[in-house]
Design a protein around this ligand. Structure first.
Ligand code: CMC
Length: 429
């Protein structure tokens, strides 16, 4: 059987045969379908990209129906179990797991790009004391582009690698400085003796001790959380990174745009909203009434539902187990009982079952972050650090894809026909 699609245009009676490749047709093949020769041609209308593939990608595979997530073919569960964040980052960016030498060089390159220019520190000092740390992160990442003029040279693979080292190395420093600024504490410089996540914790929480010694259970937990957040194919922020990057702007500016997309409550801001929701619910016995309000359309059950997953988010499963390990060190987050009750009731309720709404990555991650001592404002910041790896991988894949051009969707214009300008004096009241 031919891999084609036959379309009959009932407006004209004409038939068209369109190639089908990878279970998809090229939207541009629809353009030949016209009623009159001077028509523009048929467009596909797809607000929010519900059924449009904007690229071909080899980075992350998701099967939303089955709850599968793989980076470069490796199941995320196996990476969470056996890998660490920097090794997984190498995999995501390069397509293969590193050998020992590649791994050591990679860790060294990232570790030696953790310091930020003193003027960036001054820039961060300029923020108001109660500035949201995510706003600080977005602006500071954008500002980095003014410090690295060579970042504009995006067609040079060696330079791209250098910007990648800088971005992955410096993001934890910027994130930790934003946190210290918000609590009025002096900045802590990176400690290159520590691992990526241990150094991040040191910059967050070191006080007067000579070397900060984070609890290994918490270091591992943060590493696993970073692995789980490293990429998620064409989500809102990855799409922002690709779309803004398609203008060939430098990666700092594109990454700031991606981080801004992540800031929104429907994307990376959701775990902040989960905690606020749990606070608002207050106790386990208020859960049924809250669920009723959600079903009546008075707000959403934050941390539930996903555009792609129509099954339990595999990341949420790992995070739920991780929470138990973290709570043995930090003490149990009392909100866990409310969350477990919400999940129990929602998963039995026809409203959620029929819409295939399951807990997503954000449902339990906030509880862990809060138990570790993070204020809710830091949650999207904690999401941005690992996701930067995915953004950079998506950006580079886009740049190297000969089919990609500047992103520029079409529209269906439904506004006024041509009309003549009327001066303000002649307009009716
Ligand atoms: N609570 C209650 N109802 C919901 C929820 C929810 N969390 N999510 C979806 N629905 C309902 C929605 O009202 C709609 O019902 P109906 O068909 O009766 O109108 C139906 O389910 C389909 O929803 P949708 O808004 O068309 O789905 P979407 O794919 O556009 O939205 C989503 C996906 C993640 C934005 C949405 O599920 C949501 O708002 N969830 C809460 C926010 C959240 O947890 N976001 C984190 C996403 S995971 C992390 C990330 O990728 O950044």
């Amino acid at each position: 059987m031919p891999d084609t699609l036959t379309i009959t245009d009932n407006r004209t009676g004409r038939k068209y045969e369109i190639p089908v490749e990878n279970d998809s047709i090229r939207a541009l093949d629809l353009r030949q379908i016209k009623v009159k020769d001077d028509d523009f041609g048929l467009l596909s209308y797809d607000p929010a990209f519900l059924n449009t593939a904007s690229c071909r990608s080899s980075i992350t595979y998701i099967d939303g129906e089955k709850g599968i997530l793989r980076y470069r073919g490796y199941p995320v569960e196996q990476l969470a179990d056996g890998s660490n964040f920097l090794e997984t980052s190498f995999l995501i960016l390069n397509g293969e797991l590193p050998n020992q030498k590649e791994y050591d060089d990679w860790v060294h390159s990232i570790t030696y790009h953790t310091l930020i220019h003193e003027n960036i520190k001054k820039l961060m000092d300029g923020f108001h004391y109660d500035a949201h740390p995510m706003g600080m992160l977005i602006s500071t990442v954008a500002a980095l582009s003014t410090f690295y003029k060579d970042a504009k040279d995006i067609h040079n693979a060696e330079w791209r690698r250098k910007q990648t080292h800088r971005l992955i190395g410096k993001l934890p420093t910027i994130a930790a400085f934003a946190f210290r600024h918000s609590v009025g504490q002096p900045y802590v410089y990176p400690d290159n003796e520590l691992s990526y996540t241990a150094n991040f914790m040191s910059m967050l929480w070191k006080m007067t001790e000579v070397q900060y010694k984070p609890d290994p259970v918490l270091v591992r937990a943060m590493d696993v959380l970073f692995i789980l957040h490293a990429d998620h194919e064409q989500n809102c922020s990855a799409n922002a990174m690709r779309s803004v990057g398609s203008s060939h702007v430098d990666p700092y500016s594109a990454l700031a745009a991606a981080a801004a997309a992540l800031y929104g409550p429907l994307h990376g801001g959701a775990n902040e909203q989960v905690l606020r929701m749990l606070d608002q619910i207050g106790s386990k016995d208020h859960v049924p009434a809250f669920i009723e309000r959600v079903k009546a359309g008075e707000g959403r059950l934050m941390g539930f539902g996903h555009r792609v997953y129509k099954n339990y988010d595999p990341r949420a499963k790992i995070i739920k187990q991780l929470a138990d390990e973290v709570f043995t060190v930090t003490g149990r987050n009392p909100k866990l009982d409310i969350a477990l009750e919400l999940e129990r009731i929602a998963l039995e309720d026809d409203y959620f079952v029929s819409r295939k709404l399951y807990p997503n990555v954000d449902f339990y991650s906030g509880l862990i972050y809060q138990a570790m001592g993070f204020p809710v404002e830091m949650f999207p910041v904690l999401f941005s650090i690992p996701r930067a790896v995915g953004w950079i991988a998506q950006w580079e894949e886009m740049l190297l894809d000969s089919e990609q051009k500047i992103a520029r969707p079409r529209q269906i214009y439904l506004g006024e026909e041509k009309r003549d300008y009327v001066s303000i004096k002649k307009r009716s009241a």
